[in-house]
Design a protein around this ligand. Structure first.
Ligand SMILES: *[C@@H]1O[C@H](CO)[C@@H](O)[C@H](O)[C@H]1NC(C)=O
Ligand SMILES: *[C@@H]1O[C@H](CO)[C@@H](O)[C@H](O)[C@H]1NC(C)=O
Length: 866
């Protein structure tokens, strides 16, 4: 080794040693990220997301007037005890100082859990926070804010521009105007970030842009459009939280959500590097839907509540995952009624299909009655004459920009007076005042998990009693998403009090259980985002626990789904009577505080799709797939014929076939699709119904829905189970994009074997395959009349199973017996359908029926010709 190399080597070693020494030395820490659990002395406690949090003491300049405290009560909706259950409390001005790299921007995240600490009344906590000269919060009341947002804790995120002196100072100032005021903080994060802010186009002023470089920002909203919650550890390195966008979608025009195909790998670019947003944001989207007529008559709109007198940066994230050429999908972007962009073509913006890109728009929000909102609306660009009339979005962020006075603080939100009253009662009950023995006993025991459970129950009980005593009308609280209230909440407020059971027939009430909102909240940890297992047009679906251990799926109505109280009750009435081994059953419901919630059986194995290709959870054997198809066919057959009315599912697909812990297939989502009883009523769902790739072509042509549309969709499901690929896969060559078309083509040309899932190819008996494929093919017949009934499909699938299990032993007599058996079902089916013209049936092809159905289905989908 030469001396030079040796020298170099020792230098490297030295700097390495120095670095590790420095890292352990508190005062000159080399690390520029801090994740602090305030008011605690233990190192490295992990939160539920396994992020490590450290003590805050050593960064406090003077801690004479600060105390550490523990929260007396653990709200069940807290995501984790760290950092929320401990706090630092300041009775006078106090400052933290952090050493940071001087050239970088930093996120500052402040976590607040307004609860009772050390005999202090949380409603006395009014304070300001100043970070490097920027007023982040002013006269802030965490408890009022939490009440208004119906959240247990508050997270505020700010982005500070570079700190030339290499420090971030954060000062807490108890508000001098309130007696006994104090400040508190539960968690602080200082995270170094790349420069995410350069320039934004000023909406309404063509060619004017705003320089963002030197400004500070507050994150107001960050949503993964058409996708799911993304936790800080799932973010692309900047520990941001992304929420689902559905609470912010305005009105009934919610469009459709979609995602990239399995195997799609997002390529980041120099203009849009990975830290801009994680791949989950760019690979899921919400689009207007496939019907150009519908699309040209509405705007896909999101609404967000903000503070007046600030400029906001609206950042839109796009990635074209469906179309591949310029001028295929082009749309206009409006922000607050002004044109932000005409003829936006994402492929042009990104330079290529499938590439991520984002755009920043600046808009000033003035003060005025009802003006404190930001609307983002998308509409197909008619003037650009694109190939499809559609628009879409993948992600959206809204940042508030610091004003000329270096201020970012807005006023505290105003909770409705009734909410204040209701919320404060139970807290008083448990305030740790010395005169209240009960509270002390419970407060003291709150450390133990068991005691906590007991406490939550008692607390809920007291809460209820209090509410009843106060005679509070529960129509005041609404759907309040995480950062703020959305406009759509106000629109769909449902009048009337919430004693649902009295409106329901005794029949439904006896078949179906009534849950209190408290039970539901307890079972879902206050609808915690981590419990979300699905999102649909109706709202979110949460995994939950009731009755101390029964797992359930909880569907919570999104007020923007505009599902009225009456419809909700009809749904319960109808669903409570539908019981079948192959239908997901409704266990109960909850209707309180304007909430409309349905409680279903929990399906341990999730959807059929995720076991076929999406996620590849399991490799289902051919026999398992066949049995699942048979189970689903039975469920659909029952829907079509077994109930009093013909019930058409309208959205048969592999994600609506669920599997329980024993792999028994259950059809789900049937009740909320439109059905029999009140068809001639005017309030029909205007939401585009049905899923691309599964839609019956006749359904578009005649705008008329029959149960044969379900048969068509089920045919697609059968091919999906056989070939293990999605119904639509735009990344394939054109002729293969639609599974229905491609499988029919292969079947007709006699090379269907070639597209069978390789995992099961060896297992399939050739006769079984033949029968199965013929059945699926018939389901996909162009005309409904040529398609078999669900009863016939069921029979054929069972026959296919016989051929698979016992290829030589299937005797003609067996088949005949089976045949007779099912055709008697079919007869019953015909009889059921014989009520054409009456408003009790939507089945059948009669002319009389056409009119009433076409009213309902006129909004339905017409993708570009098949
Ligand atoms: C916004 O600014 C106007 C004019 O300066 C002022 O009258 C109004 O109170 C401000 N609104 C808020 C919410 O600060
Ligand atoms: C969509 O929004 C823009 C801007 O607010 C408005 O001018 C237009 O009329 C809207 N279109 C529809 C169909 O609502």
């Amino acid at each position: 080794m030469s001396t030079q190399t040796l020298l170099l080597f020792s230098l490297v070693l030295f700097s390495f040693l120095c670095k590790s020494l420095c890292a352990s030395n508190d005062s000159i820490s080399a690390s520029t990220s801090y994740i602090l659990n305030c008011g605690i002395s233990k190192d490295g406690l992990e939160d539920a997301d396994t992020r490590k949090w450290n003590p805050d003491t050593k960064y406090l300049v003077s801690s004479d007037d600060s105390i550490s405290a523990k929260a007396e009560f653990q709200d069940p909706s807290l995501p984790s005890t760290v950092p929320y259950m401990t706090a630092r409390i300041f009775t006078s001005k106090s400052t933290y100082i952090f050493k940071v790299s001087s050239k970088q921007r930093h996120w500052i995240r402040l976590h607040f859990y307004p609860s009772s600490y050390s005999s202090l009344n949380i409603s006395d906590a009014y304070f300001g926070v100043i970070a490097n000269g920027i007023t982040a919060l002013h006269n802030f009341s965490a408890s009022i804010t939490a009440q208004a947002l119906t959240q247990a804790y508050i997270l505020r995120e700010f982005s500070l521009s570079s700190s030339p002196n290499g420090r971030v100072n954060i000062t807490f100032l108890p508000c001098p105007f309130h007696n006994g005021s104090y400040a508190f903080i539960n968690g602080i994060e200082i995270i170094e970030m790349p420069d995410l802010f350069s320039t934004a186009m000023m909406v309404g002023f063509s060619d004017q842009s705003v320089d963002l470089g030197g400004s500070a920002f507050q994150t107001m909203f960050r949503v993964n459009v058409g996708g799911q919650y993304i936790s800080p550890t799932q973010d692309s390195g900047l520990s941001r939280t992304w929420y689902d966008d559905s609470p912010y979608v305005f009105g009934a025009g919610v469009g459709v959500v979609g995602d990239a195909d399995k195997g799609f790998i997002l390529r980041y670019t120099t203009d849009t590097p990975e830290y801009v947003a994680p791949a989950d944001v760019y690979t899921t989207f919400r689009s207007m839907g496939p019907d150009p007529k519908v699309n040209s008559n509405y705007n896909l709109t999101w609404v967000f509540q903000v503070d007046a007198n600030f400029t906001y940066i609206v950042r839109l994230h796009f990635c074209e995952l469906v179309w591949t050429k310029v001028n295929q999908r082009v749309f206009d972007i409006y922000v607050n009624n002004q044109t932000a962009e005409t003829a936006a073509d994402v492929i042009v913006m990104a330079g290529s299909p499938g590439l991520p890109v984002y755009q920043d728009y600046a808009v000033y929000v003035e003060d005025g009655p009802g003006d404190e909102t930001i609307w983002v609306a998308l509409h197909p660009s008619v003037s650009a004459e694109p190939e499809v009339y559609d628009a879409f979005l993948n992600g959206l962020e809204i940042f508030k920009m610091s004003d000329t006075a270096e201020n970012l603080a807005g006023p505290n939100p105003v909770p409705s007076p009734l909410m204040l009253e209701a919320e404060q009662e139970p807290t008083q009950e448990f305030a740790p005042s010395k005169s209240n023995n009960k509270a002390q006993v419970i407060g003291g025991a709150a450390g133990g998990a068991a005691a906590f459970g007991l406490m939550a129950v008692i607390c809920i009980a007291v809460y209820h009693r209090k509410r009843r005593e106060l005679g509070i009308d529960s129509s005041t609280t609404g759907w309040l998403p995480l950062y703020g209230n959305s406009q759509s909440t106000n629109k769909s407020t449902i009048s009337g009090k919430s004693t649902a059971s009295s409106h329901l027939s005794s029949m439904a009430a006896s078949l179906c259980r009534h849950f209190s909102l408290a039970e539901i909240k307890h079972g879902t940890k206050h609808f915690d985002e981590s419990h979300v297992i699905g999102v649909g047009g109706f709202g979110k679906v949460y995994k939950g626990v009731v009755d101390g251990g029964t797992k359930v799926a909880i569907k919570r109505a999104n007020p923007s789904s505009e599902q009225g109280l009456h419809e909700f009750q009809t749904e319960i009435e109808m669903l409570s009577k539908l019981r079948h081994r192959h239908l997901v059953s409704l266990i109960g419901y909850c209707e309180e505080d304007n909430e409309m919630i349905l409680v279903y059986d929990y399906m341990a194995h999730g959807t059929l799709r995720e076991h076929l290709y999406k996620g590849h959870k399991t490799n289902l054997s051919w026999k398992q797939r066949l049995e699942i198809c048979i189970g689903a066919a039975r469920g659909l057959h029952y829907l079509h014929t077994g109930a009093k009315y013909t019930i058409i599912h309208r959205d048969v697909k592999t994600t609506n076939i669920l599997l329980d812990e024993k792999w028994v297939a259950k059809v789900s989502d049937f009740g909320l699709s439109k059905t029999g009883p009140n068809l001639n009523q005017t309030h029909v769902s205007t939401v585009v119904k049905g899923s691309f790739g599964y839609l019956d072509p006749e359904y578009f042509r005649r705008q008329q829905l029959t149960e044969k549309s379900d048969v068509y969709s089920f045919g697609v499901v059968l091919f999906e189970a056989l070939c293990a690929r999605p119904a639509l896969n735009p990344s394939l060559p054109k002729e293969q994009v639609s599974l229905a078309d491609w499988a029919l083509h292969c079947q007709k040309k006699g090379f269907l074997e070639d597209i069978v899932d390789p995992h099961i190819k060896e297992q399939i008996n050739p006769d079984c395959l033949k029968k199965f494929a013929e059945t699926a093919e018939k389901c996909l017949s162009d005309h409904g009349i040529e398609r078999p009934s669900m009863g016939d499909v069921l029979w054929n699938l069972e026959f296919a199973l016989q051929l698979q299990e016992n290829p030589d032993g299937v005797k003609m007599e067996d088949i005949d017996v089976m045949r007779t058996h099912t055709s008697s079902h079919s007869d019953g089916h015909e009889a059921n359908m014989g009520i054409h013209g009456s408003n009790l049936s939507i089945g059948g092809d009669s002319e009389e029926n056409e009119e009433s159905s076409s009213v309902i289905f006129s909004q339905l989908v017409h993708p570009k010709g098949r």
